[in-house]
Design a protein around this ligand. Structure first.
Ligand code: UDX
Length: 443
């Protein structure tokens, strides 16, 4: 820390995904950073250089910038060093369906109680109107020297460092131009477009972006379902659509639906926000419903192949909501495993980041130590998460281990020809034109 310039460090409150990656990346840009979290064990681990989340490359980057980072559980220690404080605390869904802002409110109380001139920069995903609410709280606490800027974060898990260091845009929503200038200046070296706007507009950009991406996914999933009916291949449909620059090729991968900590929560929160404001957001209802149905379709596809699922053994390959993360929040695998078990199936699974014993999300599911072990005795294999190692899986060995011959690719990720060449059937999502049984009868 630069002890000669006592308030020059950047503060980050909340050492979760967003906070930690933000802190480490700002340290990499050359800033001194104080990261605070109330979780003592998390801070202890970070002090030892141990990253409490699974994010490729973050541990190496932390090691490189370690001397510019201070980890603490103390508000006093953070506020001694920092005038600009990023807020990156959790905003989980409340029982009423909107975001629970109690942690944000606590931060405001703690910061206000310590006095001094501060700029709170909101990184947590918060509903439109949160800035106004925080400003009212600040006013009620008499802490008028606290300013507020909305600076939403768009990082993806698994690609977080790259997303923060090379953002498509930086959004800065401010009540006062000078406050916006101070935050925009922090990003000057990134050479990303900076969208300067009001606080409610910045808050809306975050929700609208996530809701639009989720809409793209539900749209392509419905196209996939129609492809199955008419014998078209959604992969090529998506490629053909994506080449139109107005559409773009990203987020057009059909599959078993979106999960994770953001899309399900943010789409729901935007729908709720619209409803609370008297507007019925019809499109988002469909986006949510299509996403829920997509997991059930897969169960239907299995039934088509196998008839009843009673006493059938199904193996799930991949459990996390996407590859390159150990995050199971809103993962499609959780619903899928529960549905399969409800239908009477016996379920086994393998995921490179989920150990046997980590089965709180998967009661009654056998978690194996390898894909091959998970497939032992299986009637059907379902690819749930497109971990790269599954593309190299030896399906001939898989065939030997399995009792049956059904492979269902929930992400259109496997090489269907290689699977069929091993004597297995192969189905994907919306690749109706290419669905077929084994090339040769199983040995
Ligand atoms: C998302 C946003 O991308 C990010 O900008 C925001 O800050 C947080 O939410 P993340 O949840 O980490 O990031 O993952 P992302 O890569 O966006 O994937 C979300 C879900 O959509 C995953 O379950 C993924 O499998 C699914 N998905 C994504 C598809 O089903 N098809 C696609 O084409 C893309």
């Amino acid at each position: 820390m630069d002890r000669d310039h006592p308030q020059a460090a950047l503060g980050v409150i909340g050492a979760g995904y967003v906070g930690l990656v933000t802190g480490v990346c700002f340290a990499h840009l050359g800033f001194d950073v104080v990261c605070m979290d109330l979780d003592q064990s998390k801070i202890d681990r970070l002090r030892r250089g141990v990253i409490p989340i699974y994010e490729p490359g973050l541990d190496e980057l932390l090691a490189r910038v370690r001397e510019r980072l201070l980890f603490t559980t103390s508000y006093d220690e953070l506020l001694d060093c920092c005038a600009i404080v990023f807020v990156a605390v959790d905003t989980p869904p409340s029982p009423a369906g909107d975001a629970d802002l109690s942690r944000v409110e606590r931060v405001v109380r703690e910061v206000a109680a310590r006095g001094g001139e501060r700029l709170l920069v909101m990184k947590s995903t918060v509903p439109v109107g949160t800035g106004d609410r925080v400003m009212a709280q600040i006013k009620a606490l008499g802490a008028t020297s606290i300013g507020y800027v909305s600076n939403p974060e768009f990082l993806r898990e698994g690609a977080a460092i790259d997303d923060v260091r090379h953002p498509d845009r930086v959004v800065v929503g401010a009540y006062e131009e000078a406050a916006g200038d101070r935050v925009a200046a922090l990003y000057a070296s990134l050479e990303a477009p900076i969208v300067r706007t009001t606080v409610p507009t910045a808050e809306m950009i975050k929700y609208a972006s996530n809701a639009f991406l989720a809409t793209k996914i539900s749209f392509i999933n419905e196209i996939a379902n129609v492809c199955d009916e008419v014998g078209a291949d959604v992969r090529t449909v998506a490629e053909g659509m994506g080449l139109d620059r107005r559409i773009g090729s990203h987020f057009l991968q059909a599959g078993i639906g979106y999960g994770g900590s953001c899309f399900p929560k943010d789409v729901q929160a935007l729908k709720q926000l619209a409803g609370n404001s008297g507007y019925h957001f019809q499109l988002l209802n469909a986006v949510i419903e299509v996403n829920a149905l997509q997991k059930r379709r897969l169960v239907g596809q299995l039934k088509k192949r196998l008839g009843t699922l009673r006493d059938v053994r199904v193996t799930l390959l991949g459990l996390t909501f996407k590859p390159h993360t150990d995050d199971l929040r809103e993962a499609s695998s959780i619903v899928l495993a529960a549905r399969l078990r409800a239908e009477g199936a016996t379920v086994a699974a393998y995921d490179p980041t989920i150990l046997a014993g980590d089965d709180v999300h998967f009661p009654g599911v056998r978690i194996a130590g390898s894909a091959l072990e998970a497939l032992e005795g299986a009637d059907a294999a379902v690819l749930v998460t497109e971990w790269p190692q599954f593309s190299e899986f030896d399906w001939a060995a898989g065939r030997q281990a399995m009792r049956g011959s059904v492979v269902l690719d929930g992400r259109n990720f496997l090489d269907g020809d290689a699977v069929r060449a091993a004597g297995l059937s192969y189905d994907g999502i919306g690749i109706g034109g290419t669905v077929s049984g084994p090339d040769e009868p199983p040995a």
